[in-house]
Design a protein. Structure first.
Length: 98
């Protein structure tokens, strides 16, 4: 499973990784923290979900949604402001499979 993480490189991501592992998901995370990197990742990668940190300067939720729309991608966006992101991600991905 491939996840796009939109978050500053200076912010710790270990709590996110721990939460995701605890939910039983095996994921590959591609991390971006500025618009050009986000657009590049979306153009060459295939993602099952986006984890979005709203404190990422330069990438608003609107910019992210527009970038996904431009590429006709319909993938869930989860905001990373919760410690339970792994459970939420697993739930979202299970519901998409059904």
């Amino acid at each position: 499973m491939n996840i796009l993480l939109v978050r500053l490189w200076t912010k710790d991501a270990e709590r996110l990784r721990t939460s995701i592992r605890a939910s039983g998901l095996g994921v590959r995370i591609t991390r971006v923290d500025f618009p050009a990197a986000m657009h590049a990742a979306l153009s060459w990668g295939s993602f099952d979900a986006v984890l979005y940190d709203p404190e990422t300067p330069g990438i608003s939720h609107e910019i992210l949604v527009n970038a996904l729309r431009e590429r006709n991608l319909s993938i869930p966006i989860l905001v990373t402001d919760t410690d339970d992101v792994g459970r939420l991600l697993a739930s979202q991905l299970r519901s998409r499979r059904n």
